[in-house]
Ligand binder design. Sequence first.
Ligand code: PGA
Length: 249
Amino acid sequence: MRKPLIVGNWKMWGSREKAKNLVAGIVAQDSDEMVDWGVCPPFPYITQVLEQVGCDRVGAQTVSADVDVPHTGDVSAAMLADLGIRWAIVGHSERRAERGESDGIVSQQLRCAIEKGLTPILCVGETFEQREQGNEERVVRSQLEVALAGAEANWPLVIAYEPVWAIGTGVVAEPHQVQAMHAMIRSVLSNLGISGGETPILYGGSVKPENANGLFALDDVDGALVGGASLDSEAFLAIIEAARSAKAA
Ligand code: PGA
């Protein structure tokens, strides 16, 4: 069975003090080896967080698509690997929409991360309009096919299905919508030659302690990418606990 994975995406929130207290709150109470978890802090706080929890529990929120070029402000996969951190989120819808990161750029970011030994967390998901038009599966399939073209079976990979309309809105996708999409993602991965049965597929978009049980009960949901609720240690721990009890059931 795939081990549940809960990843916190802190986005552009926090301060040195808040990051320290948040991580301390999680570590103090987490004793659950049945669930894997980690956090993706803003870049300035990555080092202090990994000193608190170890690099296996830390990811970056993005990574440069380029290698050895003079790009002011960018952070390369080599630098992240130098810190020893484990994951890099690529393709988050906020970066696709607001930073112009196309499927092609996402594909390059993913390759840069893998090349340096990081595990990419590839985010995919449709907008509200795309779902209204019945295009959600076509959109997600295409995002996967472009990002993962030429993938090798042994690439380390996590997929996060994040419907754009559910991110930060408090509107969580219905269980039947999530299960249908996750099952499709698994079959697309298998068709691309990636071990679909082994790849963790997370759901993201307004995950909270109150809705986590229903999501984690679904066959093809292996955990969550959590934004807002990951900024509160009690809520984040409650989501970890929901994953544990759903998968133990
Ligand atoms: P949310 O964000 O949990 O606040 O909806 C999820 C994400 O953007 O990864």
